[in-house]
Write a protein that binds this ligand. Structure first.
Ligand code: ACO
Length: 320
């Protein structure tokens, strides 16, 4: 059995900060941010929470799929930015949706989280344990960002994306995810915060800290490798893929991956200009945008690939 995506949804806060807004907070400018990252705006929570964004994205995904909440067997939420430790975001989403027949849990694999959730859902579906699974990537990254660090605060935004998977006859997906804890220091966040603005007296070391160049080098090396790995043995060549749906961290990373795979950049849709890096939400938000714009036809061949803290990285091949 295989889980087919039968609906997508997303939610981003209406409030946003553009590059000129950030230039008023830290020593940076629009030109530097656009050129080095491709980011122009990032949407930031006001009253929203990781749970509320997850619920909105999920309602839209369910509506898009034509599936009722009661039909869901499992809800998986990928996040490292839930406002509370307990209860889990998945249980809150289950309650809000009225998904009374679903069980659920959260998982954390930073920006690769949606891939881990997708592969976990596929494993449950392939083994026959569950048939209808809601997977969500949701982050309130603005809570974890040090708004005095120009190396990170320009990159990240908030949002949520969701997809509904339904079991169909078909060959199971081979999960391809990797972890390398020995490089964990490259991207850390030591504490859980609930307010997306500096709080006087708070230890800034506890916010997100990143060795940008180390993460950049790791991403441009590992993403092409893991994309090739996920296609191994499928009979599908890199050139057969219609779209590569990559984690939206940096335009230069996506361009470098396209170059290394010798594929045209038009196969790599991007939206980090509007949303910045939304971590585990970036792939499902992009997928939802593509779906709603009518870019995807049944049978299209897609590869999703993510990378991030851990370090962690992964890819998945799917037919739309
Ligand atoms: N505005 C202006 N200047 C800046 C800024 C800024 N916002 N940030 C850094 N600079 C300066 C630096 O101080 C440095 O100045 P110097 O030459 O005088 O020392 C110069 O710009 C170059 O800095 P670098 O760090 O070398 O810049 P780089 O080209 O590497 O770009 C960036 C930095 C954008 C962070 C890049 O390294 C990157 O995107 N890395 C990948 C990060 C990433 O993808 N992280 C997400 C992982 S997902 C997850 O798990 C959460």
């Amino acid at each position: 059995m295989i889980g087919k995506i039968c609906g997508t949804g997303s939610y981003v806060p209406a409030h946003f900060l553009d590059n000129n807004d950030l230039a008023k907070i830290v020593d940076t400018n629009d030109e530097w941010i656009r050129e080095r990252t491709g980011v122009v705006r990032r949407h930031i929570i006001v009253d929203e929470t990781t749970v509320s964004m997850s619920v909105e994205a999920s309602k839209r995904a369910l509506e898009n799929s034509g599936i009722d909440p009661e039909e869901l067997d499992l809800i998986l939420v990928s996040t490292f930015t839930s406002e509370v430790l307990l209860p889990s975001t998945a249980c809150e989403v289950q309650k809000e949706l009225g998904a009374v027949n679903a069980t659920g849990f959260d998982l954390n694999a930073a920006c690769t989280g949606f891939l881990f959730a997708y592969n976990t859902a596929q494993a449950y579906i392939a083994s026959g344990v569950y048939r209808t699974v809601l997977i969500i990537g949701a982050e309130s990254l603005s809570n974890t960002v040090n708004w005095e660090d120009r190396g990170t605060c320009i990159l990240f935004g908030d949002g949520a994306g969701a997809a509904v998977l339904k079991a169909e006859e078909g060959e199971a997906v081979r999960p391809v995810t990797h972890s390398d804890g020995s490089m964990g220091d490259a991207l850390t966040c030591m504490s859980r915060h609930r307010k997306n603005r500096p709080i006087e007296g708070e230890d800034l070391d506890s916010y997100m800290k990143m060795n940008g160049q180390a993460v950049f080098k790791f991403a441009v090396r590992c993403v092409p490798e893991v994309i090739r790995e996920t296609l191994e043995g499928t009979g599908i060549a890199v050139g057969d893929i219609n779209y590569f749906v990559l984690h939206q961290a940096n335009k230069r990373i996506v361009e470098s991956v396209a170059k290394r795979l010798k594929e045209d950049i038009s196969k790599f849709p991007m939206n980090m200009d509007e949303y910045g890096n939304t971590s585990s939400a970036s792939i499902p938000i992009l997928l939802d945008e593509m779906n709603r714009k009518g870019m995807l036809k049944r049978g299209d061949k897609l590869v999703m690939s993510g990378f991030g803290a851990g370090l962690s990285w992964g890819a998945a091949y799917l037919e739309w």
